[in-house]
Design a protein around this ligand. Structure first.
Ligand SMILES: Cc1cc2nc3c(=O)[nH]c(=O)nc-3n(C[C@H](O)[C@H](O)[C@H](O)COP(=O)(O)OP(=O)(O)OC[C@H]3O[C@@H](n4cnc5c(N)ncnc54)[C@H](O)[C@@H]3O)c2cc1C
Length: 383
């Protein structure tokens, strides 16, 4: 057993941290206030490969191991929740399925623009009436018409949709085939019939655009199927397993940022004749945060390690995501508590980090769904 990052991973961590400290974190408050992506940082990310983590080197990307993806997501989360979520969606939901199931022609068609730094990728699973229960709820239907697919339906809460050149859309393609009745289709965002509605007004992650989509007779060529016809649901589950490692890492980054702010403030603020960091109640919050962040980080890194070893990681990814997102909630809440009234003010970053982290126990599978995934696996192990 080895708890150390290797030399390459340590170097990567240093490079990403320095980049995030200088190019991402200083703009986090402005990104939140204006609801605008900081494109300058996204363009510069190209140089170190943060926007091509899932794209093979042969296709111009920086494909790295899963531990290195976790390192990158943690550092991005520590710097800016909005930027981190858009990058998590771009790499894990936009690029990763295209890498895994795309044909060479699809790689060549989409990767050059996806890694250009001018756009970000997107995956559309959720619908107005289908989130946790995609199997029963998805109504977006694609029917075959000659050498095309014609798509009708709507999707909701799609990260990066308005800034993506292509959106992978989960469609039902056979109404009677249950889990085998779904396919993923690559939809060019210039397609007639596709409407990308204005960004949702959200509690946090305001600089990560989230859109509703309407698909009215959108036509895509037969070869726009990503992977196999009928395997879309299976591909979705595999994509989410993977994405959960990224959201776990992002949550650790958010928790770490709030924790650092809390400790710094506790050492400066004085009450009853001494720094509040010398009061035991504050020390307990600091100790619990240090403990829980460490435990969550170990779980998330283990799931990434399992994936890199080619082992099953579904249960461990769900455990890591569940733990990391719930730890982020507690740590951010206590970081505000440590700040007192100032924690409730926009002048300090902890209120933004608290709002940003709130999504993490909802997106890519709610905490309840993570518990379902874990329980199912545990019960199988005991049967
Ligand atoms: C900022 C943001 C970005 C997003 N980005 C994307 C994206 O890029 N692509 C995409 O496809 N989607 C995206 N989503 C959607 C997100 O993944 C879904 O909102 C999420 O999966 C939950 O689905 P739902 O909102 O429909 O909740 P529902 O499924 O309606 O659940 C509502 C509540 O019921 C609970 N529940 C449901 N079933 C059970 C059960 N069996 N047992 C116990 N409790 C249950 C849930 O845990 C939850 O608490 C995004 C959402 C947000 C807010």
């Amino acid at each position: 057993m080895d708890f150390e990052l290797n030399q390459e991973q340590k170097m990567w961590q240093r490079i990403v941290r320095e980049f995030c400290e200088s190019e991402v974190k200083p703009h986090a408050a402005e990104v939140d206030e204006t609801g605008q992506i900081h494109w300058d940082a996204i363009r510069k990310m190209k140089d170190i490969g943060l926007n091509s983590l899932e794209v093979p080197e042969a296709l111009g990307g920086t494909e790295v191991d899963t531990i290195s993806i976790v390192i990158a997501m943690e550092e991005l989360g520590r710097a800016c929740g909005s930027t981190a979520l858009s990058l998590a969606a771009h790499n894990g939901l936009g690029c990763a399925p295209i890498k895994r199931w795309g044909t060479p022609a699809q790689h060549e068609q989409w990767f050059p623009s996806l890694i250009s730094g001018e756009v970000l990728g997107a995956l559309a699973l959720t619908e107005p009436n289908a989130g946790s229960d995609l199997l029963n709820g998805v109504q977006t239907f694609a029917r075959r018409a000659g050498d095309e697919w014609v798509i009708d339906g709507s999707k909701a809460w799609i990260t990066n949709a308005g800034i993506a050149p292509v959106i992978t859309v989960l469609c039902r393609t056979d109404k009677d085939a249950g889990a085998r009745g779904f396919s993923m289709l690559l939809v060019d965002t210039k397609s007639p019939g596709l409407t990308i509605h204005p960004p949702e007004k959200k509690m946090g992650l305001k600089g990560s655009p989230t859109h509703m989509l309407s698909l009215d007779g959108v036509r895509v060529p037969a070869d726009a199927v990503l992977g196999e016809v009928g395997r879309g649901f299976h591909q979705t589950m595999a994509t989410l397993d993977n994405g959960r490692i990224g959201i776990g890492a992002l949550s650790i980054g958010l928790a770490q940022a709030a924790f650092e702010e809390g400790v710094k403030y506790a050492q400066q603020r004085r009450a009853f004749g001494k720094p509040i960091s010398e009061h035991q109640a504050i020390q307990w919050m600091i100790a619990d945060a240090a403990l829980e962040i460490d435990a969550a980080r170990l779980l998330v890194y283990r799931s990434a390690w399992l994936k890199d070893q080619g082992k099953d990681f579904t249960k461990q990814a769900a455990m890591g995501k569940l733990m990391a997102t719930e730890v982020a909630e507690r740590v951010c809440k206590n970081a505000i508590q440590i700040h007192g009234s100032y924690g409730y003010s926009r002048e300090f970053p902890v209120e933004r980090i608290y709002r940003d982290q709130r999504l993490m126990s909802i997106g890519e599978g709610t905490s309840e769904i993570q518990r379902m995934v874990i329980a199912r696996r545990v019960l199988q192990e005991f049967s």
